[in-house]
Design a protein around this ligand. Structure first.
Ligand SMILES: C[S@@+](CC[C@H](N)C(=O)[O-])C[C@H]1O[C@@H](n2cnc3c(N)ncnc32)[C@H](O)[C@@H]1O
Length: 251
């Protein structure tokens, strides 16, 4: 999945093009080339527009990669969570500021933070190591894959989602993490009484989340509940607004 601030790269039909702004290392620039010549055959069909990696590798490859990720995560989690029955879960932990502080203040809870971006997870792990937090782990993982890989014995007791990518354009709303399917999956891996905490600066994502929760059979928005633990996250430092939604899972 593409994420905010996360740039994917891959083979490109434009890869032969060199910008005039690119540094030239001791060689004269070749004469300017057209971006795409309709006369020259393209290695990829131009339509329909699909991500480059899908064109090259195909759905079969993507499915196999997903299955391998889930298997790898399942093995890691089976070891890391052996003997445990519940966790406090942060989805999209970024640089780990929030969960490292939360874990330090709640030694009786076992906390798992995940993020897609390697260098953010590395920074999180550094906080865990420096803080000698033996009740906190950070993993590089995609949320839906993580939920699939979570051992059956583990219940999500508390869930935190802070400043998720807001995908503000309407055509990108489908990328927002909160939707009927993800709320179902979270509910499946949680138990009655599990509390979901969602914080955003984005007014539209705030309404969106309230609406999806209100429409869900088991999540019940709990208005007036105070945010349980304050620690500024990397993104919170940069945002003007703070909008909280808290919901409890019913039977
Ligand atoms: C806007 S950042 C917020 C990070 C952090 N919570 C903060 O407040 O500083 C959203 C984070 O969610 C991560 N993310 C987005 N989609 C994800 C997914 N499906 N699974 C795991 N992490 C995801 C991104 O990599 C990114 O680091």
């Amino acid at each position: 999945m593409i994420s905010w601030g996360h740039i994917t790269s891959g083979p490109s039909i434009l890869s032969g093009f060199r910008s005039p702004h690119e540094p030239c290392i001791g060689l004269p620039l070749p004469p300017p080339q057209p971006l795409l010549s309709l006369a020259s055959p393209s290695p990829f069909p131009l339509n329909p527009l699909v991500p480059e990696h899908t064109k090259v590798m195909g759905k079969e490859w993507a499915d196999a990669r997903r299955a391998a990720n889930v298997a790898r995560l399942a093995a890691t989690l089976a070891t890391a969570l052996a003997g445990r029955t519940s966790i406090t879960f942060e989805l999209g932990c970024g640089h780990g500021h929030w969960l490292a502080a939360y874990g330090a203040a709640h030694p009786d809870e076992f906390c798992v933070g995940i993020d897609l971006i390697t260098h953010r997870v590395e920074r999180s792990v550094r906080k865990q190591t420096l803080g000698k937090l033996d009740n906190v782990i950070f993993l590089k993982a995609e949320a839906m894959e993580f939920l699939e890989a979570l051992p059956a014995a583990i219940v999500l007791r508390k869930i935190f989602i802070l400043y998720p990518d807001p995908w503000p354009k309407k055509k990108h709303h489908k990328h927002r993490f909160i939707n009927a399917e993800s709320l179902d999956l979270l509910a499946k891996r949680a138990a009655a009484g599990t509390r979901l905490h969602f914080r955003t600066d984005d007014a539209d994502y705030f309404s969106w989340t309230n609406e999806f929760l209100a429409a869900h059979a088991r999540w019940q928005v709990a208005p007036g509940i105070e945010w349980p633990f304050e620690q500024k996250t990397f993104f919170e430092e940069r945002m003007k607004d703070k909008r909280d939604v808290i919901a409890d899972l019913t039977d």
